[in-house]
Ligand binder design. Structure first.
Ligand SMILES: Nc1ncnc2c1ncn2[C@@H]1O[C@H](COP(=O)(O)OP(=O)(O)O)[C@@H](O)[C@H]1O
Ligand SMILES: [Mg+2]
Length: 339
């Protein structure tokens, strides 16, 4: 058979396929690259706005269906995914900030699994191929180093502190700056200058996503952070209990006052002991996305104790699936914000 397949035909077929989240077609979005035609076979790349896109399977089958429908003589279709993460314009305008997006993980109170969610979000984003940093800004209980199995403090290189690299993630913790077990009384200006140090005096690489584990609550520290580091969006962690839910309302309210978009609510420790459903209902009540339910699971706390995040340990558990799904939703929500 003669070569009847043209680039125009292929692009016309792909122009009928919409990105399910951005609601525009893949051709107008500029997502189709490297189109090659060899006889009746074609290959091309779909360049997404995040490597953690949760809808790759849908996009692949939509592309294949459109191509087969419009070009019946087509032979093999080779589709590869790539990604160019879009940056937050608030961050891109700041020359001294090398992050494309900053994701704050917050909670109305401590002990709800904020750090667990932050760490696994970072791991899941990194596993998808993104460049990721993790900033432990929890001045009251910085526990990211232990969750990540890091005991050595970062080293100084000239003026700057070099982030510790673990599991492919760049990490800096407030814990490194607080001497020993010394309890500190944090005052506003002190929080302000320390957070500033963690952002500007650290040799961060160029990162697609910086995940920030915020101090619990709705006070000075959150304010300082949002003022110095424009936050792309916030993930709010809650447990199914009533007290936690009322704290969550306050937490969401505080982010809204700072004009930080709420990426969604995660309900952690769901199951027979604490119940479930409260996270989803508070998300509905406040009209923010629900990112999913992370079950209470001994494997989660055990992985925390051993310094190896759950997603790197038991990737096939219900908790791991929930964490990956949550990550996909967060990444997609950010892509939509940047759209
Ligand atoms: N889904 C879960 N199942 C079991 N244990 C959990 C879960 N989420 C968190 N934990 C445990 O609860 C404790 C508090 O979690 P952490 O992430 O440190 O909370 P926070 O940062 O909000 O204070 C830790 O010991 C952690 O391992
Ligand atoms: Mg914590």
């Amino acid at each position: 058979m003669s070569n009847t397949i043209s680039k125009e035909k292929v692009m016309a077929a792909l122009a009928t396929v919409d990105d399910p989240e951005l609601h525009k077609d893949l051709v107008s979005l500029g997502f189709i690259e490297n189109l090659k035609i060899s006889g009746n076979d074609i290959s091309f790349s779909v360049m997404l706005t995040t490597p953690a896109c949760p809808l790759k399977d849908t996009i692949r089958s939509d592309c294949e269906n459109a191509l087969r429908r419009d070009i019946p003589e087509l032979g093999e279709i080779k589709l590869e995914f790539g990604a160019r993460v879009r940056g937050d314009s608030k961050l891109l305008s700041k020359a001294d900030i090398p992050f494309k997006n900053v994701i704050a993980v917050g909670a109305g109170k401590g002990g709800v699994g904020k750090s667990t969610v932050a760490v696994n979000l970072a791991v899941s984003l990194a596993a998808s191929g993104a460049s990721v940093g993790l900033l432990d800004a929890d001045i009251y209980g910085p526990n990211v180093p232990s969750l990540m199995g890091v005991s050595e403090p970062p080293v100084q290189d000239g003026e700057k502190l070099v982030p510790v690299k673990k599991y492919g993630i760049e990490m800096i913790s407030m814990g490194f700056l607080i001497p020993g077990d010394q309890a500190l009384v944090w005052r506003g200006p002190m929080i302000h200058s320390t957070i500033n140090q963690l952002v500007t005096e650290v040799a961060w690489g160029d990162l697609d996503y910086l995940v920030v584990d915020l101090p619990p609550g709705t006070g000075d520290a959150q304010m300082s952070l949002a003022q110095q580091l424009p936050l792309t969006g916030a993930v709010v962690v809650t447990t199914p209990q009533i007290v936690s839910v009322s704290d969550t309302r306050r937490g969401i309210d505080a982010f809204r006052k700072l004009d930080v978009p709420i990426l969604g609510v995660v309900e952690n420790m769901a199951g027979p002991i604490f119940g479930s459903g409260a996270g989803e209902s508070v998300a509905k009540e406040l009209d923010v996305p629900f990112l999913g339910r992370l079950p209470l699971d001994a494997a989660v706390s055990h992985s925390g104790e051993t310094g190896k995040p759950l997603l790197l340990k038991s990737g096939d558990s219900e908790a791991a699936a929930a964490l990956n799904e949550m990550t996909g939703k967060v990444a997609a929500a950010i892509s939509v914000l940047q759209g």
